[in-house]
Design a protein around this ligand. Structure first.
Ligand SMILES: Cc1cc2nc3c(=O)[nH]c(=O)nc-3n(C[C@H](O)[C@H](O)[C@H](O)COP(=O)(O)OP(=O)(O)OC[C@H]3O[C@@H](n4cnc5c(N)ncnc54)[C@H](O)[C@@H]3O)c2cc1C
Length: 493
């Protein structure tokens, strides 16, 4: 059995960032538990062709670890993965990481005032658990009738089969979200036929990716301030989107015009596709996807865009909403992730053995996307309502890490063994979030993965990102019950 002060689950941006900050603060008694074979999280698991970030790399990276070597303004997956792997080494985190270790359950031990964590590799106990398990980490494959009977190959975009040769194959791709938008154009030139099954058309925006020149890189190396200024500029530019998403959704009608022009330009003479690819909801209600390759790819002769929900799968192919069977060799699921059905909710049990599931009932909520009543000393990173449609999740992660660090300091300063958020603080916070969500573009009537089982947007942060950062800069002690060691026994004695 391993006993540590802090157990971190996951080694993506969240887990690694947390570990680095703990180490910098001299809090060396921690472990990282990671089910994958190496660090990187999203960027370890998603290796599909064309995989890249859609927030500029200068912003989509840690503020404390700028990387002057980014080769493109929007880096590809291998570069981001390399960046995270390098940080794990450079900051001396590797000895603390246990890869190939799946957390199977975590239960609060009232007696010991510690978390008891069961992993595939044994038990770990910790005073504090930081959950960095990722909001987009558990691949979601829809339960389509007949899928089990399919005789060809199937794969999810987040678990790409690199030993499968797509050359000359007939392919069905299901889903037209952020991942499909990247792998479809990469697959199209290779395959014989590509049937793209689209339930809802996405809004696509021009992509501004470009190579970063050697001179620019040399300048960033020599004058780090230049890179910081670039980051600040990108941040400010992206933050302007909040005006359209949250404050004045009517503006989005003008943004739609730009997107429609991009659509016409990309489709060229395939004007027959315009009706099929024009979304029937306000731009921004679902994630806006940047691509200059999507429309040209689906306009190619070997691509068929099939609209509507997939009806069923047969041993040899996929039947679309039109009732027609397309025979294929492989089905690729670009169907995203379990976002609001947070996997950890099924295996984390707090006070009195109550699970996250039992209190959330399919609608996750927390204070500052991090803490939940009945779950002392548990901090989620990128928990409910921390998502962004426009800017870098790393910014949100860093804000939450600062919050956890401040919480640990506050607990130490008060000699507290446990910190547990007060239910009324969570209630007030979420009522405010719901009021803010009311007038946003995300609540204009589209079905998106932002919404949970109850139709609540449990995913996005509905305000400026700097408002989130300001909120989390200091641990709000008044929102918590702090208990000294063994206080419960003292109370009952
Ligand atoms: C294809 C793709 C592109 C994206 N592009 C962007 C972008 O451009 N900009 C942006 O801001 N965001 C983007 N995101 C969102 C992205 O997920 C976040 O930016 C960020 O990487 C999340 O980091 P994380 O550490 O919180 O989670 P993750 O990176 O998902 O890491 C979670 C880790 O926890 C591990 N884990 C989970 N459960 C367990 C368990 N039970 N036991 C042990 N280990 C476990 C997983 O193996 C994983 O390594 C993208 C997501 C995807 C999927």
């Amino acid at each position: 059995m391993t006993e540590v002060d802090v157990a971190i689950v996951g080694t993506g941006f969240s887990g690694l960032g947390m570990a680095i900050n703990l180490k910098k603060a001299g809090r060396d008694d921690f472990v990282l538990l990671e089910k994958g074979s190496d660090v990187g999280g999203t960027w370890h698991w998603n290796t599909y062709p064309g995989c890249a970030c859609d927030v500029p790399s200068h912003l989509y990276s840690f503020s404390f670890a700028p990387n002057p070597e980014w080769p493109e303004t929007y880096s590809k997956q291998p570069e981001i993965r390399k960046y995270l792997e390098r940080l794990a080494t450079d900051f001396g985190i590797r000895p603390k990481i246990r890869t190939g270790t799946t957390v199977e359950s975590a239960a609060w031990d009232e007696e010991a005032q510690r978390w008891q964590i069961e992993t595939s590799e044994g038990t770990v106990t910790a005073r504090v658990v930081v959950g960095g398990m990722g909001p987009l980490s558990e691949p979601k494959t829809p339960a389509i009738e007949g899928l089990d009977s399919f005789e060809g190959e199937t794969m999810h975009s987040a678990r790409w089969h690199h030993d499968y040769d797509f050359k000359g194959k007939r392919v069905a791709s299901i889903g037209t979200g952020a991942s499909a938008i990247q792998y479809v154009p990469a697959l199209q030139p290779e395959v014989e036929k590509l049937h793209v099954f689209q339930r809802t058309a996405p809004w696509i925006f021009p992509h501004s990716n470009r190579r970063i020149t050697d001179t620019e890189r040399a300048l960033y190396r020599r004058f780090p301030l230049l890179q910081r200024l670039n980051r600040a500029g990108v941040y400010a530019g992206r933050e302007l989107a909040v005006i359209g998403f949250v404050k004045r959704p009517k503006i989005m009608k003008y943004v739609e015009r730009l997107a429609k022009k991009h659509m016409r330009d990309g489709l060229g003479d395939r004007t027959d596709l315009i009706d099929k690819v024009t979304p029937d909801y306000t731009i921004g209600c679902k994630r806006i996807l940047p691509s200059n390759k999507w429309y040209p790819a689906i306009a190619k002769d070997n691509v068929e865009l099939v609209t509507g929900s997939v009806e069923r799968v047969t041993p040899r192919g996929v039947v679309g909403a039109d009732g027609v069977e397309r025979e294929v060799d492989v089905i690729v699921f670009g169907t995203g992730f379990e976002v609001t059905d947070i996997p950890a909710a099924h295996f984390i049990k707090g006070r009195d053995g109550v699970g996250l599931d039992d209190i959330w009932h399919g609608s996750p909520n927390a204070l500052n996307g991090a803490t939940i009543p009945g779950f002392p000393n548990l901090f989620m990173l990128l928990g409910p309502n921390t998502g962004l449609g426009h800017s870098s999740m790393v910014y949100m992660i860093e804000s939450q890490i600062a919050y956890v660090m401040s919480a640990l300091d506050a607990m130490d300063a008060r000699g507290a063994a446990t910190a547990e958020v007060r239910p009324e603080a969570v209630k007030t916070y979420n009522e405010r979030i719901d009021r803010q969500l009311d007038g946003t573009v995300w609540n204009t009537g589209c079905a998106s993965w932002y919404l949970d089982d109850t139709g609540r947007n449990a995913t996005l942060w509905p305000d400026w990102t700097f408002a989130f950062r300001r909120r989390l800069a200091r641990f709000d002690v008044a929102s918590y019950k702090l208990e000294p060691a063994q206080a419960r026994e003292a109370v009952t004695a």
